[in-house]
Design a protein around this ligand. Sequence first.
Ligand code: IMP
Length: 206
Amino acid sequence: MKIVFATNNTHKLTEIREILGSAFEIVSLKDIGCDADIPETGQTLEENAHLKALYVYEHYGLDCFADDTGLEVEALNGEPGVYSARYAEQYDHNSEANTVKLLRKMTDITRRNACFRTVISLIQHDADNPGSYHETLFEGIVEGKIATEKRGTAGFGYDPVFIPNGYDKSFAELGEEIKNKISHRARAVEKLAKSLITNSSPKKRG
Ligand code: IMP
């Protein structure tokens, strides 16, 4: 089954292709010739995931899923959350600046609980109502702690400062194989995969 993943982030594409396996052909925005910078103007992860998936559905007429992820730090009242990509205000998608800002804000904070939360919006043609779509949302959460300094080189974004519960290494030290088994995105994608597989299998006649 072919489906668009509304991203050009190669790390995310690799992660998702590994998790979904060969039953699905996952194509990126670049693969469908979309070079738009899809606006992420929502106030929540759910809204942003919805906006991205809907953009592809409306402009290309293709079934699509999109994710939005936030790092939610307990002692910072859920910051950076939906603003994770542009936490260091003058920079967008600058992981180094975002991580430095987070570590600086956490300098004297001992309560370091945090979680990564991913929301995936899946938008598909509604076979029963031609011309309309239906949307399903999937959520994945991994709980952990913010390290006191950057650790490790694998992964991307906030991976060097996030230590998942049950481990004493950061995502960037644990590497992709372990991260992909336990991560927020893996958990959301597992739910997505279950739904895609269930809904793509031939329906039994009653
Ligand atoms: P987005 O979902 O791509 O908009 O990501 C929002 C922000 O969270 C960006 O700064 C990403 O680098 C960061 N981010 C998203 N997923 C992960 C992850 O799995 N590990 C570390 N950082 C992430």
